[in-house]
Design a protein around this ligand. Structure first.
Ligand code: HEM
Length: 503
């Protein structure tokens, strides 16, 4: 889960009523004009504030993140501090310096995330509490044998989601790609992690939950901004409604909780004996983390495949070969069972997904500076100030032409070499340890990354095996930079595609 808000603030302002807007504007101007008076101290990185109080360089960065960062890098080197949405953030652009961020105990992820959890999900987290540590221990249930179980259930749930389509006529069905991916990912992930509603109107309940979730997710950037939630129109009520849907009382009507949900629920009940709403808030945070990035990631993987039929043909071939070699010829119904090793062997499939993530991930890895400290650098050490933020900005690396040839192009086989996974990428003549970071790094690295990749792979395998797929809209689409700095970007508009059962 992530992060902080600069652009979100702007979006929040858009969502306000006039009195709210005026009050918020006044408050911001007052508090943050004070912050803008900061000057660079000896030994600190170059300080770039811009002329806008509070916002600083936020608008320029949001408009063209890669271009603007490159310009600043040329002018100031690999390390500099920007004023962005009221925060002073020191960016580290040299990938060989990343390990410094991970190892330094004066840089805290927990301190950084605490406010976000409170604002976005209403989670009151004491960062030194045992609850926090115990919840963290649960992440092991997203690996090993527990992951095998999740994977098996996920395949079954996916097949259930797509079953109705299989028995349709063999005519083309035209639909919006993002809407399609949203439903498929939300329904499958929810069923796999939280289980299935016991009621007979299951389909209706999951659709309602998905619709509420989408309303909440739409407000997400507003929620994590500095604007008080009370000033954000109906955002608070949407958040509350969703939390209520995920309390212990409501979850009792869902069958088949995964191991991780069982363990989290057990821990949460121990700490919040009489506070079911607090438990619902934690579940909302986990649910959000499990779908909010997977949906757009799935969208981009599908979108690029639809736009690149030559890549789709190679993937189909790779999957067909595996199914044939494991004795799973395509029959009339769903019958695919693949182990993790078998999924892993599909190198072109994985490369396609990684390439889609490379192009669409605009996550930053952010830490709170707990004490003044010295940042070692080849061009001289820099002092960092207590209370500031430190950020690694992977999109610049993901779009670096020295690391990835023609970085703006989608090349489905970029992460394959001699028929195997390619893991060697170079910069300045040296092999890079970190070259692709859509899942973060160090203390905050995404614990759901294995499941996310499995889900997207399984979804693509089902679609490519059982359906013909074609893009209908030929319009070019771009990344919508709304969620800039905190995750996989959504497209700026939806596109139509069509699918039909293979004859
Ligand atoms: C393509 C899909 C996904 C992407 C790109 C992604 C990305 C990330 C990133 C970048 C972070 C780190 C946040 C930070 O540093 O501020 C993160 C954290 C997290 N992710 Fe994911 N994620 C994905 C899917 C999932 C799934 C499927 C799950 C759960 C099953 C999940 C669970 C989490 C959790 C619980 C955290 C917080 C970890 C902590 O508290 O330290 N994610 N994710």
């Amino acid at each position: 889960m992530d992060r902080f808000a600069l652009e979100p603030l702007l979006l929040s302002l858009r969502g306000l009523s006039f009195p709210g807007l005026a009050l918020a504007g006044l408050l911001l101007l007052l508090v943050l004009c004070l912050r803008a008076r900061r000057t660079r101290r000896p030994g600190e990185p170059p300080l770039i504030k811009g002329w806008l109080p509070y916002l600083g360089q936020a608008l320029k960065l949001q408009k063209d993140p890669i271009g603007f960062m490159r310009t600043l890098q040329k002018q100031h080197g690999d390390t500099f501090t920007l004023l962005l949405g009221g925060k002073y953030i020191t960016f580290i652009l040299d990938p060989y310096q990343y390990p410094f961020v991970m190892k330094n105990h004066k840089l805290s992820f927990k301190m950084f995330i605490k406010n976000i959890l409170r604002k976005a999900f209403s989670i009151q987290m004491d960062i030194i509490s045992d609850l926090n540590n115990e919840l963290h221990d649960c992440y092991q249930l997203l690996q090993g044998k527990s992951l095998d179980i999740l994977m098996e259930n996920m395949m079954q749930n996916l097949q259930e989601v797509f079953e109705p389509h299989l028995f349709k006529t063999t005519n083309w069905d035209v639909t919006h790609l993002l809407t399609f991916c949203t439903s498929a990912v939300f329904e499958t992930t929810f069923a796999t992690i939280y289980g299935k509603f016991l009621a007979t109107d299951r389909k209706k309940l999951i659709t309602e939950l998905k619709d509420d979730f989408l309303k909440f997710d739409n407000k997400f950037v507003h929620l994590i901004s500095d604007v008080p939630i009370e000033l954000l129109g109906n955002t608070k009520s949407i958040q509350k409604k969703l939390i209520k849907r995920l309390t212990s009382e409501k979850l009792a009507n869902i069958q088949g909780w995964s191991e991780i949900v069982q363990m989290r629920q057990h821990i949460l009940q121990k700490y919040y004996t009489f506070k079911d709403v607090e438990i619902g808030a934690h579940h909302l945070g986990f649910l959000w983390a499990s779908v909010a990035n997977t949906i757009p990631a799935m969208f981009w993987a599908m979108y690029y495949l639809l736009r690149h039929p030559e890549a789709m043909a190679v993937l189909r071939d790779e999957i067909d070969h595996l199914l044939l070699s494991t004795g799973q010829k395509q029959g009339p119904g769903f019958s695919i069972h693949l182990t993790r090793e078998q999924l892993d062997s599909l190198v072109y499939l994985e490369s396609t997904i990684l390439e889609a993530l490379r192009l669409s991930s605009f996550s930053s890895i952010i830490r709170f500076v707990e004490e003044d400290l010295t940042l070692p650098s080849e061009t001289g050490d820099y002092l960092l100030r207590k209370g500031d933020l430190l950020a690694i900005f992977p999109p610049l690396l993901h779009h670096d032409p020295e690391v990835f040839e023609a970085p703006e192009e989608f090349r489905f086989d970029r992460f394959v070499e001699n028929g195997k996974k390619k893991t060697t990428f170079f910069k300045s003549g040296k092999k890079l340890k970190f070259y692709l970071l859509p899942f973060g790094l160090g203390a905050s690295k995404c614990p759901g990354r294995f499941l996310a990749l499995i889900e997207i792979k399984q979804l693509l395998i089902i679609l490519l095996t059982y359906f013909d797929l074609e893009i209908v809209d030929d319009k070019p689409i771009q990344l919508d930079k709304n969620r800039f700095l905190f995750g996989i970007e959504y497209p700026d508009s939806d596109v139509l595609f069509r699918y039909k059962v293979k004859s």
